[in-house]
Design a protein around this ligand. Structure first.
Ligand SMILES: *[C@@H]1O[C@H](CO)[C@@H](O)[C@H](O)[C@H]1NC(C)=O
Ligand SMILES: *[C@@H]1O[C@H](CO)[C@@H](O)[C@H](O)[C@H]1NC(C)=O
Ligand SMILES: *[C@@H]1O[C@H](CO)[C@@H](O)[C@H](O)[C@H]1NC(C)=O
Length: 267
């Protein structure tokens, strides 16, 4: 029955102008209704449909028992590896920032933040260019999870997460918080372009990226800076560190952070 359905679908594709190995707007929605399952991967038609895994929610829909880890997704016809968080808040989250031990230096310039850096199995920044393409596909939720050195966990979730492309300097956009137990310290970063130590796009012209050693959507300069220096729980360097002001204050730093998105469940 399923095979028959696939054959009908593939027959239908040319008529809606979709190349069989691309995931365009119309096509990807259609494909996603007909997800492949791991056990049928060898099937020719399923091999074609597989290209429509466009983010971690698709990975999880394909295989409800998929574990957190690195998976391949296709966006704009190109394949990319991403880290999927499959346990938190229902799973299916595509992670774009992960820190937990300080081995990866986040004090980097524009080109690195644009292309991404670090190790997908460790700490990393996925990259503004790819993130822009990923979140342009669907209306998405943003989830930020933070862990203090004493193990206390905080999180906050927002609706309508978007990242502009290079022409907007990767401007951040998100809607109101829709859950969590952290205060909304991202509020001042909404609708801000990205800045780095070598490229300042702050509204007041200040060189926040250089002062605070990171790439971020600095405003004047920040209430949250999750890409700041990896420092101990308390330190003497004001406003340095991985900061969420309400949790760390100016002389604290977080032990771990994860930033991730998922197509809105209602989508
Ligand atoms: C915040 O919520 C998470 C998930 O429900 C929970 O594990 C954590 O203990 C909560 N933290 C605080 C500070 O309430
Ligand atoms: C960037 O996004 C804007 C809309 O937000 C679009 O008009 C423009 O064509 C895009 N530029 C590139 C290079 O994709
Ligand atoms: C954190 O936010 C709560 C609720 O708004 C507030 O009562 C508390 O004083 C804040 N703590 C810090 C350290 O800013």
């Amino acid at each position: 029955m399923r095979s028959l359905f696939y054959i009908m679908l593939v027959g239908l594709l040319p008529s809606i102008g979709m190349a069989k190995n691309e995931c365009g707007d119309v096509g990807s929605r259609l494909y996603r209704m007909l997800q492949c399952h791991k056990k049928t991967d060898k099937h020719l038609l399923c091999g074609i449909l597989k290209y429509c895994v466009t983010d971690c929610r698709d990975v999880l829909s394909d295989d409800r028992s998929a574990q957190s880890g690195v998976y391949s997704v296709v966006v704009n016809g190109a394949e990319h590896d991403v880290y999927c968080e499959m346990d938190l808040h229902g799973g299916g989250w595509t992670v774009f920032q992960k820190r937990f031990e300080g081995s990866v230096d986040f004090n980097r310039g524009w080109a690195d933040y644009e292309a991404g850096f670090g190790d997908l199995n460790g700490e990393f920044w996925l990259g503004n260019s790819l993130l822009n393409q990923l979140v342009a596909q669907y209306e998405s939720d943003l989830l930020i999870r933070m862990v203090e050195f004493d193990g206390e966990v905080h999180y906050i979730m927002y609706r309508n997460f978007l990242l502009g492309n290079a022409s907007t300097d990767y401007r951040l956009d998100f809607g109101p918080p829709i859950g969590g137990n952290a205060t909304d310290d991202m509020a001042v970063h909404d609708r801000q372009p990205f800045s780095t130590p070598d490229v300042s796009n702050t509204i007041f012209g200040g060189d926040c990226g250089t002062w605070y050693n990171s790439g971020w959507w600095f405003n004047d300069c920040f209430d949250a800076n999750l890409n700041g220096l990896y420092l101990p729980a308390t330190h003497t360097d004001p406003s340095q560190g991985i900061i969420w002001k309400n949790i760390t204050g100016s002389f604290g730093s977080l032990q771990a952070t994860d930033m991730m998105y998922r197509p809105s469940l209602a989508d």
